[in-house]
Unconditional design. Structure first.
Length: 95
């Protein structure tokens, strides 16, 4: 039985010393801590930005609501003259 195998890739590496492993571990740890702080700062900045946007939207909505309330004129009134303005028969009137 002749089994053909694909080409083999051989990677030759030298054995790392204890000092190299410690330095690489420390470097990896520093990168991991820096990434953790970066993500934390990015999340805080995103939360602050979202808060500012929500406060701005609330403020605009509040302002529009006040302006809409001010557009209504409230007060007492007296009917001076009454007149019928619709002269059509009742069957032609729309509901």
């Amino acid at each position: 039985m002749n089994q053909q195998q694909g080409p083999r890739i051989r990677i030759v590496t030298r054995q790392t010393s204890l000092i190299e492993r410690v330095v690489l571990f420390a470097l990896g740890l520093v990168i991991l801590v820096a990434a953790f702080f970066f993500i934390g700062i990015a999340l805080i900045a995103g939360a602050i930005l979202a808060g500012v946007v929500l406060i701005r939207l609330w403020w605009l909505q509040r302002k529009l609501r006040r302006k809409q309330e001010e557009s209504y004129v409230e007060g007492e009134y007296t009917v001076v003259d009454t007149s019928v303005t619709d002269q059509r028969p009742p069957s032609d009137r729309r509901p």
